[in-house]
Write a protein that binds this ligand. Structure first.
Ligand code: SF4
Ligand code: SF4
Length: 297
């Protein structure tokens, strides 16, 4: 087994995400994992790290108090070893979880230490997504209540789709959750719908662009796919291309991940990476990547 140096996350690095699996038990038609033709199912069946490898990968991190390790996917709780990881990683690592909450809530409560998902933050550490037509809001509300009663901080999130029928439904659910003491937040719809592009983007033509270009790109995030590869951005992750390093490389440094690198996929950027958004401190105006020197292929 190779010796791993500690990876100290820099002050300008805002997000550390381990995508335990791309597999999911829902089939949302707009799934971000298949954005721009990426292969969700192809990725789901590719190489995967073992629970022991994920634990080593998490144990080598040195995170700031305000920066958790986010477990996501796909549906991360489908990963066989999810409970082992959340229980056995060193205690100083706090985690966030992005989930569709399809897991068995009693099993979750019995196997997940509450402290792992407990820290001071302006949003819940466990963020469940509500996908109308895919998961049932009554079940989500019941599970959220049960988790709250067990001491977990849980929020439900839903994308405010431009269709007035869907957004009207979501806003009604939000009002109902407020009455029930449940933190229900909406997220901006990003991408194309009915011929229009939604979202505020820092770089013209980077997401949903008509022409592919070259550029240099630097990320503020550490994005690790199911096989342990580290990617520059979500577009590379979902497209399964151009990893920059591996999370179990012995001498990996955070600085090496956050440097400008050549990219030939400007135009195919994932909206999440180039939109202007709120950072972890809830301050608006942040973009996950910095792009320069855009030019024709
Ligand atoms: S729950 Fe998330 S990962 Fe699963 S299909 Fe829906 S959008 Fe995709
Ligand atoms: S330019 Fe776009 S596709 Fe290329 S690395 Fe940056 S965010 Fe990813």
């Amino acid at each position: 087994m190779n010796k791993l140096s500690l990876v100290k996350i820099r002050p300008d690095q805002n997000y550390v995400a381990y995508f335990l699996t791309m597999a999911c038990n829902l089939r949302c038609p707009y799934c971000i994992n298949i954005h721009n033709g990426g292969l969700r199912h192809g990725n789901a069946s590719g190489k995967k790290m073992t629970p022991g490898e994920w634990i080593r990968a998490a144990d080598r991190l040195v995170l700031r108090d305000d920066l958790p390790l986010t477990l996501q996917g796909g549906e991360p709780t489908l990963y066989n070893g999810f409970y082992k990881i959340v229980s056995e990683v060193k205690r100083s690592i706090k985690m966030d979880l992005l989930t569709n909450m399809s897991f068995d809530v009693d099993e979750f409560i019995a196997n997940v230490p509450v402290w792992r998902f407990k820290r001071k933050a302006p949003y819940a550490a466990i963020r469940a997504s509500y996908h109308p037509g895919q998961n049932d809001i009554e079940t989500l509300i019941k599970k959220t209540k049960k988790l709250q009663d067990a001491g977990f901080k849980v929020g439900i999130y839903s994308v405010l789709h431009p269709s007035s029928k869907v957004s009207g439904h979501i806003l009604k659910i939000q009002e109902r959750c407020a009455r029930l003491g449940i933190d229900f937040r909406t997220k901006e719809f990003l991408g194309e719908w009915n011929g229009s592009i939604y979202g505020t983007y820092r770089y013209d033509g980077a997401a949903c662009g008509k022409t592919m270009k070259m550029c240099e790109c630097k990320t503020t995030e550490i994005i690790v796919g199911p096989g342990g590869d580290i990617y520059k951005c979500h577009s590379d992750l979902y497209g399964n291309r151009d990893p920059v390093a591996h999370i179990l490389d012995g001498d990996l440094t955070a600085a090496e991940i956050g440097t400008f690198r050549e990219c030939r996929h400007y135009g195919k950027c994932n909206p999440c990476d180039v939109k202007v958004k709120t950072n972890r401190l809830q301050i608006f105006g942040h973009t996950s990547v910095e792009i320069k020197n855009v030019r024709g292929l």
